[in-house]
Design a protein around this ligand. Sequence first.
Ligand SMILES: Cc1cc2nc3c(=O)[nH]c(=O)nc-3n(C[C@H](O)[C@H](O)[C@H](O)COP(=O)(O)OP(=O)(O)OC[C@H]3O[C@@H](n4cnc5c(N)ncnc54)[C@H](O)[C@@H]3O)c2cc1C
Length: 297
Amino acid sequence: MQFDYLEPRTIEETVSLLSKFDGEAKVIAGGTDLLNLIRTKIIRPKYVVDIARIPGLDHVKYDDAGTLSIGALATIRALEMSAQVKERHPVIAQAAGQLGSVAIRNVGTVGGNLCHASPAADTAPVLIALGARVKIAGPAGDRTTALENFFAGPGRTVLERGEILAEIQVPATPPDTTGIYFKHAIRGAADLAIVGVAVVANFDGGRCRNLRVALAAVAPTPMRATAAERLLEGREPDHALIEIAARAAADESRPITDIRGSADYRREMVKVFVRAAIKRVLPEENDRDNEIATAIQ
Ligand SMILES: Cc1cc2nc3c(=O)[nH]c(=O)nc-3n(C[C@H](O)[C@H](O)[C@H](O)COP(=O)(O)OP(=O)(O)OC[C@H]3O[C@@H](n4cnc5c(N)ncnc54)[C@H](O)[C@@H]3O)c2cc1C
């Protein structure tokens, strides 16, 4: 592999290099995805632009309004281990802890996980379910968009010429918000998800409020299961309704058959894991049945 290695020290310098070498340059952060692509000759960039030493891009911090800002260079491990994230958005730490091995999480960044745009990216479903937005820096300045609109297809994002992902912003959630990420994979966290399911909700007298269901590895991009969400919003879920919502999520998923599983199997697993995830986030006072959730962990 042969490329010119460039090491900008600011976002502005990065943007200018990427604009100049459009189509010939690739950003590298932790390199856990990119180096594989280069080594296997799937891509042959002329320039590799290393953003790892740009200061101020690896933060994981809350502002006074409770918004969580995650710098694109924050490692997956930093999210997993942050005491504040564990306290205020525990589902993010829980999902981060299911990506790869500790060694991979120590090097791989959140920005890299999202920009690689794998349909199976483990950080995407919880961040989508929590209503995260992404800050994009580019030649025309900064812009933001909802994370759920960031993905354009397998390996593709809406990033345009000269743009990089700078930050992920997660709004504050009501204090009684609960969430869970289930990753169904053959070799546990060390493997990519066959199906990933995140459910986040809060409850008002047993009724679902702001319930979000997001899925990984069952469509060309991470996706929200909005039909399932609509069925549950404002309602008090019982077994029958949960079953209907889980089936709706399976119906709206668009899985493919690949080495990890068939499309039919994935659709079936969406149903199983959405059902389990909804049961897991129900408040104590609801008739809670964690049988499946426990069995699949
Ligand atoms: C053994 C192994 C196991 C893995 N297991 C999992 C797993 O279980 N779940 C999972 O989701 N992933 C897994 N991965 C994939 C990978 O580790 C993650 O996606 C990681 O978070 C990528 O981050 P990185 O910083 O290494 O990205 P890099 O490899 O540096 O970059 C990835 C892509 O994003 C682009 N990029 C990076 N940062 C930016 C930015 N700020 N702006 C614009 N573009 C950017 C790069 O150009 C490249 O195209 C695994 C990888 C390996 C090697």
